[in-house]
Design a protein around this ligand. Structure first.
Ligand code: ADP
Length: 326
């Protein structure tokens, strides 16, 4: 039986649709298990500056359908210093909080791992990021919603691309991971995806141009991950203008559109399952793990594995996109 009796929840780093569903699930499953639950506002900043409120089940009513995070999120430099983390620990002790649920991406879970080791403090992480770049989980909270948003945007851009017979580079998020670009391209029937995992190894644009983009069509859509490794949509468009002036090239950068909106059913269910599993993890005396999902089963992934471990892109997806864009 776990020693954890009172937990705090925070959301940190980039927001992702479904974070609210996760907060709701952690709160309700926690209260259901007899734990006290505290909402910590503005990520690690709120931990250091004591922005903490005890939650009842009502605090999380009517939020499952809302994008963003009711707890707000922030980036916090102080937490990267030992003094800042000591301050955070003192605040937790003052509130008699003895376990923490951190919902966020790679950076937030890195902070969680360091803090957990430093103070032997039980932490369970939930993967909350649209980028889907955490190792050990098939998907992350927010990824499916962002993917659907991208698909809808590309569908709309295609109307104008086809009418004007243009080549469109559409930039999507994914600094170090091409999941959104690759699966967005498949879902929207785009010609290609230019992603960091491949761009570091080969010149994808040169290959596309050599292949004449999509020979049988009068317009082309290419999804580009925003990473420096790809050159971004602007950089690629400039290259085409310089090297192949025959193309009528346009750029669309989807930007923060991709983060917002009501979470899809998939993300709400994923966040609900993962939030409830975070409470199970405490009750099982698990600590310093991220909750993941593998083949539709909840798994515990040690922080050391989930973070900074490259999640390889599925080659079958690349091949499918190539074969369907002839
Ligand atoms: P994300 O979680 O979306 O990847 P960030 O990389 O911005 O977002 O990280 C969010 C916060 O996590 C940072 O502002 C910082 O407070 C904390 N963090 C990130 N990296 C570290 C680190 N190496 N040590 C301590 N805290 C960190």
């Amino acid at each position: 039986m776990s020693n954890v009796k009172s937990i705090g929840i925070l959301t940190s780093g980039g927001d992702a649709p479904g974070m609210n569903a996760a907060i709701r699930a952690v709160t309700r499953a926690g209260i259901c298990a007899g734990l006290r639950v505290h909402g910590i506002y503005r990520g690690y900043r709120g931990l250091i500056f004591d922005e903490i409120e005890e939650f009842s089940t009502q605090n999380v009513s009517n939020i499952i359908q809302r994008g963003g995070t009711i707890l707000k999120t922030a980036r916090c430099k102080e937490f990267t210093t030992p003094e800042g983390r000591q301050c955070a620990y003192d605040v937790l002790r003052r509130h008699e909080i003895d376990g923490l649920v951190v919902i966020g991406g790679d950076g937030s879970l890195t902070g969680a791992r360091i803090f957990a080791n430093e103070f032997q403090f039980p932490i369970v992480g939930l993967p909350g990021t649209i980028d889907n770049d955490l190792y050990g989980t098939d998907t992350t909270i927010g990824y499916d919603t962002a993917l659907n948003t991208i698909m809808e945007c590309v569908d709309k851009i295609r109307d104008t691309a086809t009418s004007h017979e243009r080549l469109f580079f559409i930039e999507v998020m994914g600094r170090e991971a091409g999941y959104l670009a690759l699966n967005g391209a498949i879902a929207a029937g785009a010609e290609a995806a230019i992603i960091p995992e491949i761009s570091t190894k080969q010149d994808q644009l040169a290959e596309l141009i050599q292949n004449g983009f999509r020979k049988s069509k009068n317009s082309s859509i290419v999804l580009v991950a925003e990473s420096p490794a790809t050159g971004g949509a602007m950089g690629l468009a400039q290259r085409v203008k310089d090297e192949f002036p025959g193309y009528d090239v346009r750029v669309s950068i989807l930007g923060h559109l991709q983060r917002g909106g009501s979470p899809t059913a998939h993300d709400r269910i994923l966040a609900s399952r993962m939030g409830a599993a975070a409470i199970d993890a405490f009750l099982d005396d698990q600590r310093n793990v991220m909750i993941g999902i593998k083949n539709d089963e909840i798994v515990y992934v040690p922080f050391t594995k989930a973070i900074k471990n490259e999640k390889p892109i599925n080659q079958e997806l690349m091949n499918t996109l190539r074969r369907l864009s002839i």
